[in-house]
Design a protein. Structure first.
Length: 350
């Protein structure tokens, strides 16, 4: 018998969200573990008086949803949270609880940026991977990618007071020394290859371990030819090591000064050899080992991370201005990527 197409809605419903969603949702469980470890930091961020604000745990869960489901704006995020039961359950809102105003959500999120909560959340997620013994302590890889800035080429205008000495060889003035973006002053005009046009962008860097391809350190810097090599030594400070390690990288890192610096730090540089006009800084004492080819193969996993960050994470063109905010969003997106990988590698999902 054919059912009737009734449009009348039910007046009452007694079905809870927990009955529709698996109780052991892996990503929510992992996110709650990381957030629980940050309770002490959250207590220091808020005074003991005044009107209660949005709970930081709910803010971070909502930001996590925005990355996971590629939601392009806070306004769209609030709109979907209003009618999506899964989103309400994940964030921790009751079915009849009103969602926040987009401007209130953005304003409350500024406190998280001020206290560098994204970096703390990333560290706690990395600790979860260490607890489950998913990280390698000896073999790592590094690479960088361009993040297009939220600024048009028309905003790249001459500076009112250009410097007397530029950033080029011998103090020569470059385009980025004499011009700057009026929309995002931290953005730089740059291109990674001769086949592409220059764009206003930032440089995002990730350091990964080679066992499962998890991100262990991040950095966002100004776009420049030396940015990739200069960011490595800073990211190395974010990992704990007790013995010599290896570091895989592409030919952009084949620089004599960089190779000597890594060897001084107790790092064996497994850098791809440059085959152009100049000679390579990597010789037979490095390439003759079998681990050299293994590092070069594992390094390609970073391209998968960049692909995920730019498609799912929405970082092909950032929606934020200023390097500090871009770095916060980039670090948080890398933490979300690690959560997805840890959930897939956990015994429960096997």
């Amino acid at each position: 018998m054919r059912g009737q197409d009734e449009q009348q809605g039910w007046m009452f419903s007694y079905v809870s969200a927990e009955e529709r969603i698996p109780a052991d949702h892996p990503i929510r469980e992992l996110a709650n573990e990381a957030l629980e470890a940050l309770t002490g930091e959250f207590e220091k961020m808020y005074p003991d008086f005044g009107r209660p604000s949005i709970a930081p745990e709910k803010l971070l869960r909502a930001m996590l949803l925005q990355v996971l489901y590629t939601i392009r704006s806070e306004r769209q995020l609030m709109e979907q949270m209003d009618y999506n039961i899964l989103y309400r359950w994940f964030v921790g809102l009751r079915i009849d609880e009103p969602v926040w105003d987009p401007s209130s959500f953005s304003k409350n999120r500024e406190r998280l940026l001020e206290h560098e909560v994204s970096a703390s959340f990333f560290d706690r997620v990395r600790h979860l991977a260490e607890r489950d013994r998913l990280l390698s302590a000896e073999h790592f890889s590094v690479d960088g990618t361009l993040i297009e800035a939220w600024a048009s080429r028309k905003s790249f205008q001459p500076r009112p007071e250009p410097p007397e000495r530029g950033s080029g060889r011998g103090g020569k003035l470059q385009k980025n020394d004499t011009h700057g973006s009026t929309t995002d002053p931290d953005a730089r005009l740059y291109k990674k290859s001769f086949a592409t046009e220059p764009k206003l962008c930032h440089f995002g860097h990730v350091l990964t371990e080679n066992r499962h391809g998890l991100v262990v350190a991040t950095r966002v810097s100004a776009a420049s030819p030396r940015a990739e090599r200069e960011a490595v030594s800073e990211m190395m400070k974010q990992i704990r090591r007790q013995k010599r390690i290896t570091l895989g990288a592409d030919k952009a890192y084949d620089d004599a000064h960089f190779v000597d610096q890594m060897r001084t730090l107790g790092v064996t540089p497994h850098v791809a050899q440059y085959t152009g006009q100049r000679s390579s800084a990597i010789d037979r004492r490095t390439t003759r080992h079998a681990g050299y080819e293994k590092s070069r193969t594992r390094r390609k996993r970073i391209e998968q991370i960049f692909g995920w960050l730019k498609t799912v994470g929405g970082l092909r063109k950032t929606r934020h201005r200023g390097r500090l905010l871009v770095e916060s969003v980039f670090t948080f997106a890398c933490a979300v990527y690690n959560l997805v990988r840890i959930a897939n590698l956990s015994p429960k999902s096997a």
